[in-house]
Design a protein. Structure first.
Length: 221
């Protein structure tokens, strides 16, 4: 981790791009997660043009995986950087996390391939969702609430922020999973110290779990 956390405000629907520099660890991959946040909204064309095979050669890692461009859904983000900023494929990125990729990770597929299968990522961050604004929630069969942290139009090209309140109509929810939108009456904070629980839906939107006391209240209630 670096000494100074990064704080970003006014993030709702803020476009960001993410690159994973992956190294083999036995049968799995370990990776550093680089994100354009902090260097302005991610330009779609320049991000799409990044050649992952060439970038792997340039950086000396075993594999580069490019996460589909996403849009943050919290209002404020504070995160401890996991390394120094660097230029990758012509864009500047901050190093936000390191993680072991989950079992079954396939670099040829996006995160919808692991839909509704919770995993973990190492990071220290605080998300703030302001009171009076909507949050978008999954509820798993074990009664854990998952708060949308990003959405993407990579799988459903027509998906926009305005469609999120009715997203349940587009999702294929497994038995026992539910989705809803709710306007919170006070600021919701999710603060993670080292390990975050995350999950994807089948459209590759990402959620963070209200697990181990990271949230100041349960927004599902």
């Amino acid at each position: 981790m670096t000494d100074t956390p990064m704080r970003l405000e006014d993030l709702r629907a803020y476009a960001q791009g993410e690159i994973f520099l992956l190294s083999r660890a036995g049968e799995a991959f370990e990776g550093l997660v680089y994100n354009t946040s902090g260097f302005g909204p991610c330009p779609a064309d320049e991000f799409a043009a990044i050649d992952t095979a060439q970038l792997a050669k340039d950086t000396g890692c075993d594999l580069v995986w490019k996460n589909p461009r996403r849009f943050w859904m919290m209002d404020t983000l504070t995160i401890d950087l996991a390394g120094e900023p660097r230029e990758l494929g012509g864009l500047m990125f901050n190093c936000l996390a390191d993680m072991q990729m989950p079992a079954g990770f396939d670099p040829q597929r996006d995160q919808s391939a692991l839909a509704y299968r919770p995993t973990q990522i190492h990071r220290a961050n605080t998300y703030t969702f302001l009171g009076g604004r909507p949050v978008f929630l999954l509820r798993s069969p074990d009664e854990i609430t998952w708060v949308m942290q990003t959405f993407t139009d990579h799988v459903d090209h027509s998906l926009t922020e305005s469609a999120l309140p009715r997203l349940a109509e587009r999702l294929t929810l497994p038995e026992g999973w539910t989705y809803k939108a709710r306007t919170v009456d006070r600021d919701l904070t999710i603060t993670t110290h080292g390990l975050a629980h995350i999950v994807s839906d089948n459209l590759a939107n990402m959620y963070q779990g209200c697990v181990d006391g990271v949230n100041n209240f349960d927004p599902w209630q």
